[in-house]
Design a protein around this ligand. Sequence first.
Ligand code: FES
Ligand code: FES
Length: 177
Amino acid sequence: MNARALPRPQIPVNSADPRHAVTLTVNGVEVSREVSPRMLLSDFIRHELGLTGTHVGCEHGVCGACTVLIDGVSARSCLTLAVQADGAELRTVEALADGDAGLSVLQQAFAESHALQCGYCTPGFLMALTEHFESGDPLDLSDEGIREMIAGNLCRCTGYANIVVAVRRAAELSGRS
Ligand code: FES
Ligand code: FES
């Protein structure tokens, strides 16, 4: 996806704010912007880049809805400043589905296993789990191991049981079980 081609919604700017140039790679595309040093990475992603798949729930680091990958490591974008991501490789949920190949195995498994209801939490779960699935570390697919993997993400709808099923299914689909 070409993030530079996306519309840029207008957001209020305090003209007294200094602006800092940031350049980072977002879903494989280099983007440069001048931002307030106070701008959250979650706001940068959603409002500057128009990538609204990254959701914002609690805005203080608790729910995990805003999880993205920064240099391959999952991070709360609501607790990260945009300027802190300068020079980083950022991936959001929009990067997971490949236009030709279709959904990622995690997305496919979530869909097959009915692991979402409203879906608000889902991007955060997918990005946190992507970190685990992309690491070379063995996956602990016991109930306890899977619940440990998703412990940083809250879901108000599912009761988590089908998310556990989906993680196991994703491991099966990716030959990791
Ligand atoms: S919105 Fe970032 S952790 Fe809840
Ligand atoms: S599916 Fe609704 S919050 Fe998780």
